[in-house]
Design a protein around this ligand. Structure first.
Ligand code: COA
Length: 260
């Protein structure tokens, strides 16, 4: 599929989605968000993809936020629609049936930080910078930031970042749990690929159902979450992959999973 604002490539069961507006620090305009929306729709039904890596083009930015030139024209009604659309795209990423790794190569501000938080795993370059600077523009985070940041790093830390608009570096982001690991800029993509390849060798039904259970911790009480876990565990036990994985262990060989 052809996109104007993102690059899309599949290699060895790994999809690479690169936001490609480096002259605007990969700011998310409406067209880019729409392309991301279609791209993730097609990824969800593509059996040639096990894992997705999302990153930003150029040296400077992952995504420097929503496109401020488009924000500037919003009113109360269109603002709500704008926020709802971005939330929908990021919910689609969070609820994808395949893991999404954010390889954060530079500025992840506003919508960029929110995009990273909608991904399942975040790794960053030493040069990455994070923040929700929307208060500087007289708005609040609108693509899920108030919710996901609060859950990810706790409400006190989220309040400090959102209310001050402060920008933090990769070390601080790792210290507070916003990213899992930090790498030298030139190693970031190869480390993301290493991680994606490792996940890609596992039973893909188990990977998908693990994600479903993990993502749903946000929506369910612990009791309902545990019910869902038992249901999904049972589902795994009905698969050929489960028979293969357990037999391979007992026979001291490597499993050959078939996603069946
Ligand atoms: N929306 C639209 N354009 C943006 C943008 C955004 N969120 N972030 C950067 N750009 C554009 C700049 O306008 C500039 O375009 P121009 O060359 O046509 O003037 C280009 O990207 C480069 O940005 P610049 O500001 O010159 O780079 P810098 O290195 O001096 O500063 C930042 C980098 C990230 C600190 C600065 O660009 C910034 O503060 N961006 C906005 C961040 C933000 O508030 N995001 C949340 C939005 S809700």
């Amino acid at each position: 599929m052809d996109y104007r604002n993102i690059l899309f490539e599949v290699k060895n069961k790994i999809a690479f989605v690169t936001i490609n507006r480096p002259d605007k620090l990969n700011a998310l305009n409406n067209e880019t968000l729409s392309e991301l929306n279609s791209c993730f729709d097609s990824i969800s039904t593509n059996d040639e993809i096990n894992v997705v890596i999302i990153t930003g083009a150029g040296e400077k930015a992952f995504v420097a936020g929503a496109d401020i030139s488009e924000l500037n024209k919003l009113n109360e009604t269109t603002g709500m629609t704008f926020s709802g659309f971005g939330q929908g795209v990021f919910n689609k990423i969070e609820n994808l049936n395949k893991p999404v790794i954010a390889a954060i190569n530079g500025f992840a501000l506003g919508g960029g930080c929110e995009l990273a938080m909608a991904c399942h795993i975040r790794i960053a370059s030493e040069k990455a910078k994070f923040g929700q600077p929307e208060v500087n523009l007289g708005i609040i985070p609108g693509y899920g930031g108030t919710q996901r940041l609060s859950r990810l790093i706790n409400t006190g830390r989220a309040a400090e970042l959102i209310l001050t608009g402060d920008i933090i570096d990769a070390n601080e982001a790792m210290r507070i749990g916003l990213v899992n690991k930090i790498y030298k800029p030139e190693e970031l993509i190869s480390k993301a690929v290493e991680l994606a390849e490792k996940i890609s060798t596992k039973g893909q039904i188990a990977v998908e159902l693990s994600l479903k259970a993990i993502v749903n911790t946000n929506n369910l009480s612990e009791t309902d979450g545990l019910k869902l876990e038992a249901e999904l565990f049972g589902k795994c036990c009905s698969t050929e992959d489960f028979k293969e994985g357990t037999s391979a262990f007992l026979e001291k060989r490597k499993p050959e999973f078939k996603k069946k």
